[in-house]
Ligand binder design. Structure first.
Ligand SMILES: Nc1ncnc2c1ncn2[C@@H]1O[C@H](COP(=O)(O)OP(=O)(O)OP(=O)(O)O)[C@@H](O)[C@H]1O
Ligand SMILES: [Mg+2]
Length: 222
């Protein structure tokens, strides 16, 4: 099992009320699976993905990555986040002052690669995603679909065990959304890349091997 989440709960407390977002969510992801998670806006999909990606902590429950129980405060969490998990954010969060290739090279540099090797690998990954003519563009010179593909390339840079993608096609038109999904499917089939993809689009979610729905804080298999 690449990722196991057991009995995950998360409550947000603001000044006058308590919101229970996750209430005992369970998930198991095997190597080579492409899993989708759907659910209404505000149901807690991003919260769950951030917890799975060790970007936030749950109030209770456990997360294991490749058999090791971890949370965001674990001493190995920074290493695991950079080398084992690829995260595609709901809003791509590319660094605006860096080119596409530099954005993709960033996690490789953090992992200790030298600049020349990192840039070369970044170009290769971008080419694989059909962006060979966009490597020197800055994010604001790219279309929304291209920006999301660069974000996907960045998530793939360190050959992670699992890619967690939060609405990677949320801001794209139907044709571009399908393109990005086909790309993930292809990476899954050709490289065996494991994915957990959050989407509000039930039709796209069906392209996954397994689809879960997040509702009332729990995940159920559709
Ligand atoms: N830091 C926070 N403090 C308080 N409440 C929060 C916080 N972050 C999220 N929430 C609330 O938790 C709930 C779940 O938010 P989350 O972003 O996980 O939803 P989502 O399913 O990803 O929604 P969307 O589909 O719109 O992206 C929402 O009601 C949100 O307002
Ligand atoms: Mg969200």
């Amino acid at each position: 099992m690449i990722l196991t989440a057991h009995n995950i709960s998360k409550v947000y407390q603001d000044s006058h009320r308590t919101i229970t977002v996750l209430d005992g969510a369970d998930l198991e992801v095997k190597k080579g699976e492409l899993i989708s998670i759907t659910g209404q806006s505000g149901c807690g999909k991003s919260t769950l993905l951030h917890i799975l990606g060790l970007l936030d902590d749950s109030d209770s429950g456990t997360i294991s990555i490749e058999g090791m129980q971890v949370n965001s405060r674990h001493p190995d969490a920074p290493f695991i986040r950079n080398s084992k998990i690829g995260f595609v954010f709901q809003f791509h969060y590319l660094v605006e002052d860096l080119t596409a290739a530099e954005n993709v090279a960033l996690p490789l540099l953090i992992a200790g690669k030298n600049i020349a090797a990192a840039q070369e690998e970044a170009r290769e990954i971008l080419s694989r995603l059909g962006l060979q003519d966009r490597v020197s563009h800055f994010p604001n010179q790219l279309s929304g679909g291209e920006q999301q593909r660069v974000a996907l390339a960045r998530a793939l840079a360190n050959k992670p065990s699992i890619v967690l993608a939060d609405e990677p096609t949320g801001n794209l038109d139907p044709a571009n959304s399908l393109e990005v999904w086909k790309l993930m499917r292809q990476l899954n089939e050709e490289l065996g890349q494991t994915f957990v993809v959050v989407t509000h689009d039930r039709e796209l979610a069906k392209l996954a091997d397994k689809s879960y729905e997040l509702s009332l804080g729990k995940l159920t298999l559709l």
